[in-house]
Design a protein around this ligand. Structure first.
Ligand SMILES: Cc1ncc(COP(=O)(O)O)c(C=O)c1O
Length: 424
């Protein structure tokens, strides 16, 4: 009889082969074997509602993207030191979604590489090294980014050239001023230590900080502040980009600002590893003159075919509009749960990037950290996948594929209602 491999066997094998740095989600790890649209399936064929994976933005195993990858892989896959029209066609299409000031596109394989390169470009342009990020930011895995990603936890040493500012919480009219005050104080402290500011780098939906999206426009004063100090503004669009916020194709557009550099990733290839940057030509100049850029896999013909197919689907299926409408509907339904469950605090977000704060006391907004973990695991037991974010891990992070429809939102809310009732 064939030996049966259980999930417990896989967990042990992972620990042995992959070592201690990897982490799994959920008390009871989840083991999908197939994906389609908003669904992931386990080996028994049970569908699980995916309310978490923004990478598969046009849906898991989207046939047009799969076909585009297979077609191009069967013809040619080389690198950017040969001429190929695929990278140019995609660069043209990508830049057409951006404000005209962002005139150059550069391609990488991951969001981390994009952010790392953005820091080098910012350094070359400004002559500075000082970097301002939010207090619970995450920007990537390289050394330059890990030391500017406090959400990685206690083992990461924040760089001497990095200053942390409070995320723009509050959602009131003064949010932008408070955030800009933080940036100005960070700049002053950099200067006091003899460091020249190079950049303000923020995720424009502040996902790891706990999802802060309002009021639109709050970023503008901070962007002006970093520019006054001689630095550039890098919009990390790895999370909000490609229509997810519904109100705009790019997160920075909700704030009425044009970044000096925008960095892109996750949803760009629907799971194929493609990422990149859009840069103002005048900001790119110093780096381009001093260095050459080559990335073995970045911008290869297969990646460009994948990314192009993703844009096709987003545009033809009007997924930005879907994100706007279904996201609004979902937030309304989540807010209605507050009437029945004392744990429900603020519902935040834009489009299909939603943060649901869980609190033990609405007046003090005390974080319901343990309860949030129970909710995440309770939903997992009811075949709904999501996670929690923020420094206290008490904000449910709901960030499904953009093909998430009202009926999926209804299912999510019904299951959440049950789980919250169980927690009391
Ligand atoms: C805001 C943000 N920036 C950058 C990254 C890094 O992207 P990657 O994992 O593709 O290197 C992430 C990944 O989670 C992210 O959330």
């Amino acid at each position: 009889m064939a030996e049966v491999t259980t999930d417990a066997d896989l967990v042990a094998r992972r620990a042995r082969l992959l070592g201690p740095a990897y982490r799994l989600f959920y008390d009871e790890p989840f083991h999908p074997v197939r994906g389609e649209g908003v669904w992931l399936y386990d080996a028994a064929g049970t569908p699980w509602l995916d309310a978490y994976n923004n990478v598969a933005c046009v849906g898991h195993a989207q046939p047009r993207v799969v076909e585009a990858i297979a077609r191009q892989a069967a013809v040619l896959n080389t690198h950017t030191r040969y001429l190929h029209d695929g990278i140019l066609d995609y660069a043209e299409r990508l830049l057409a979604t951006m404000p005209s000031e962002l005139g150059h596109a550069t391609f990488t394989c991951t969001g981390s590489e994009a952010n790392d390169l953005a820091l080098r470009i910012a350094g070359a342009h400004t002559g500075g090294t000082g970097l301002v990020v939010t207090r619970w930011a995450y920007h990537g895995v390289t050394s330059a980014l890990a030391c500017a990603s406090p959400s990685l936890g206690q083992y990461v040493r924040i760089g001497d050239h990095v200053r942390l500012v409070d995320a723009p919480a509050g959602g009131d009219i003064d949010t932008g001023r408070r955030f800009a005050d933080g940036v100005r104080a960070a700049v002053a402290d950099l200067r006091a230590h003899g460091l020249k500011p190079a950049a303000l780098l923020v995720d424009t939906v502040f996902s790891s900080d706990g999802v802060f999206t309002g009021p639109p426009g709050f970023l503008a004063e901070a962007v002006a502040a970093i520019r006054e100090a001689g630095g550039v503004f890098i919009a990390d669009e790895v999370q909000p980009g490609f229509g997810r916020t519904g109100e705009a194709f790019w997160g920075f557009q909700r704030h009425g600002v044009v970044p000096d550099i925008a960095t892109l990733g996750k949803p760009m290839g629907n799971g194929h590893p493609v990422a990149g940057l859009a840069v103002r030509p005048e900001v790119m100049r110093a780096f381009g003159q001093a260095s050459r850029y080559f990335n073995t896999f970045g911008g290869n013909p297969v990646s460009m075919a994948a990314a192009s197919a993703v844009l096709d689907v987003i545009q033809e299926e009007r997924l930005q509009r879907n994100a706007l409408e279904v996201g609004r509907y979902l937030r309304e339904r989540l807010a209605a749960l507050a009437g029945r469950h004392a744990l429900v605090g603020e519902v935040r977000g834009a489009g299909l990037f939603v943060g649901l704060e869980l609190v033990t006391d609405r007046a003090t907004r005390a974080p319901a950290t343990a309860q949030a973990a129970r909710v995440v695991n309770g939903l997992r037991r009811r075949q709904v996948l999501l996670s929690a974010t923020g420094p206290d891990a008490h904000v449910l992070k709901i960030r499904p594929p953009l093909v998430f429809r009202r009926e999926h939102a209804d299912l999510l809310v019904a299951r959440l209602d049950e789980v919250l009732a169980g927690i009391g």
